[in-house]
Design a protein around this ligand. Structure first.
Ligand code: 8X3
Length: 257
């Protein structure tokens, strides 16, 4: 691995945690960000025999705190060459006309604004040193709509399109950008968060099928990061074998005026 220091957001569980584990095994020094300090401390103690770890417990939508914390990392962490924008969430599965505005606002703030903010903060250093890689964790929901995904799907379409636009801006530099777009991922808090702690509803999502696991996604992240320096993987879409894009929907009962 050519890279030495990585920031991983959303590192406390699921895909973010799996990415932190696989980068630690490559001896990449890690700045791990998430809201829950206890989870970050546990992760630090699990990984510190493999690499140096710096944890930042903060809400990534609080931009000033994020930039203050990243500006005061110890010297050995200051030349950040990898940013894994993994923090993201879905809230609710209601149709748009019944959805909660607060949920929409939170998804935009975390999935789009915070991701852009971190990119804006760290990209200039990567360009200046002419080395770096930003990996954005998108979703198949950014490409394939489904009922109730509305703003969640739209935020992930933003992630996909922002990534490929960065690619255009970075031409002429060695900095790479990738969006990784997984479908259903089990063993994570994704559905529990979407259904606001309702464990039965969260379990139902994966009943009778084998979803991806966080390690399937972290393997892909590792693969894109370790491609030869002249290779840029723009997008990678991953689904479990048991998932597929659905038919274009229709209604037989709708009342038309
Ligand atoms: C998660 C993928 O299919 O559960 O981003 O919306 S899906």
């Amino acid at each position: 691995m050519n890279y030495k220091v990585a920031v991983v957001t959303g590192a406390s569980s699921g895909i973010g945690r799996a990415i932190a584990e696989s980068l630690a095994k490559q001896n990449v020094r890690l700045i791990l960000m998430a809201r829950r300090l206890d989870k970050l401390e546990q992760l630090k103690s699990d990984l510190q025999s493999l690499t140096e770890i710096h944890i930042i417990a903060c809400d990534i939508t609080r931009h000033q705190e994020v930039s203050d914390e990243l500006n005061k990392v110890p010297d050995t962490f200051s030349k950040i060459d990898v940013l894994i924008n993994c923090a993201g969430l879905a809230l609710g599965l209601d149709v748009a006309h019944k959805a909660d505005w607060k949920d929409w606002e939170t998804m935009v703030n975390v999935n789009c604004t915070a991701l852009s903010y971190l990119t804006h903060l760290l990209l200039p250093g990567m360009v200046e040193r002419n080395i770096g890689h930003i990996v954005n964790i998108g979703s198949t929901a950014g490409t394939y709509p489904y009922k109730g995904a509305n703003v969640y799907g739209a935020t992930k379409a933003f992630v996909e399109h922002f990534t490929i636009n960065l690619k255009s801006d970075l031409l002429g530099t060695s900095v790479r950008v990738t969006s990784i777009e997984p479908g259903m991922v089990g063993d994570s808090e994704f559905s529990l968060v979407r259904f606001k702690g309702d464990e039965d509803k969260a379990k139902e999502v994966y009943e009778g099928l084998k979803p991806l696991c966080p390690e399937d996604v972290s393997e892909s992240v590792l693969w894109v990061l370790t491609q030869p320096a002249h290779v840029n993987i723009n997008r990678m879409e991953i689904m479990p074998v048991s998932q597929g894009p659905s038919l274009v929907a229709y209604s037989r009962t709708g009342k038309l005026k």
